[in-house]
Design a protein around this ligand. Structure first.
Ligand code: NAP
Length: 297
């Protein structure tokens, strides 16, 4: 089989392990990250670029280098302006990708943005799919992500082996933007779950119950969830390392609010306030499990 070439843009918490999994599945991967040096600063994750290099991703210094020979371009950056910048900026993908290249965006940026990007890329002879993910850094490392894809069926079928190198549950949700729509529902669920975890932990403390006992018992019953199993132990040990940063969940909840039409989601609003108050305590780059800090002020 021909080894396909992939350009991977954005080697952060998610992008770096995802690119490494593509290498494990025999793809030639050229990776580009905006910040290219390792800095030893606390909470600076550029060591992830080094990790990608050590695991077979060829690190290049321009987007042009990453995409000019690519059959597929994967993007995993932060927010709407960032995706627009790496695609349409002065040195962006659109200027260097070969005609017919399939561009897959794994960032969470909402439905409206991906529809606009799709229109512009199609008029430039390029293909585009939205493919936001769930499963956290652990899912990215283990290649077990849930991937919610929006776009043409033909592009989806062509790209399926790439998705399978990074994820386990890969669902074509429909036309462009539908992956983002399902992902925003996921973020509402995840945010309110985090509030439920924090409140159960606080109650356990009040009732003199060991939090680890509560987590162990409740995980096996009707209240069990991915978050209870994977994030509640981090809450119990005050391990606030990301994971999924509070600044990113606030971005996702902003995208949820922007999607609403004359509607309010009261529990989502409350979760947003809790995350916001932790961000104001300096926790924007901590994992979402740091929401507990809002209860302990
Ligand atoms: P991250 O660790 O903060 O990485 C963000 C990446 O985007 C970095 O490589 C950063 O480069 C790059 N970037 C940001 N703005 C850019 C710009 N204007 N131009 C070029 N590159 C830019 O974030 P992450 O956790 O990997 O998340 C990436 C996306 O996946 C987000 O949309 C997030 O919502 C989504 N997501 C994350 C998780 C999770 O658990 N972490 C789970 C599901 C989905 P620098 O290194 O230069 O800053």
């Amino acid at each position: 089989m021909d080894k396909k070439n992939i350009g991977f843009i954005g080697l952060g918490v998610m992008g770096s392990p995802m690119a490494q999994n593509l290498v494990k599945h025999q793809y030639n991967v050229k990776g580009w990250n905006r910040t290219q040096i390792d800095r030893a600063a606390p909470l600076c994750d550029r060591t992830l670029v080094t990790q990608a290099l050590e695991n077979g991703v060829k690190i290049v210094s321009t987007i042009e280098d990453a995409v000019k020979d690519a059959d597929f371009v994967c993007i995993c950056v932060s927010d709407v302006p960032d995706v627009n910048e790496v695609i349409f900026g002065e040195d962006g993908i659109v200027h260097f990708a070969k005609p017919e290249t399939i561009i897959i965006d794994f960032s969470t940026i909402g439905t409206q943005a991906v529809k606009e990007i799709n229109d512009k890329l199609r008029s430039n002879g390029l293909h585009f799919m939205d493919a936001p993910v769930s499963g956290g850094d652990i899912g990215a490392q283990n290649g077990t992500l849930t991937i919610m894809v929006g776009g043409d069926d033909r592009d989806f079928q062509t790209s399926l082996p790439i998705f399978q190198a990074m994820g386990k549950n890969i669902v074509h949700c429909g036309s462009i933007g539908n992956g983002q729509a399902v992902k925003l529902c996921n973020q509402v669920l995840a945010s309110i779950h985090m509030m439920a975890i924090c409140e159960a932990m606080e109650l356990a403390k009040t009732l003199n119950i060991d939090p680890d006992l509560m987590i162990k018992v409740c995980s096996t019953g009707a209240a069990g969830s991915w978050a209870l199993t994977n994030l509640a132990p981090k809450v119990a040990s005050s391990d606030f390392a990301p994971g999924f940063m509070i600044k990113h969940i606030l971005k996702d909840l902003r995208l949820v609010t922007e999607s609403l039409e004359n509607q309010t989601l009261p529990a989502t609003d409350l979760a947003t306030q809790m995350f916001q108050s932790v961000a104001e305590l300096g926790g924007a780059t901590q994992g979402t499990q740091a929401m507990i800090r809002a209860y302990q002020k």
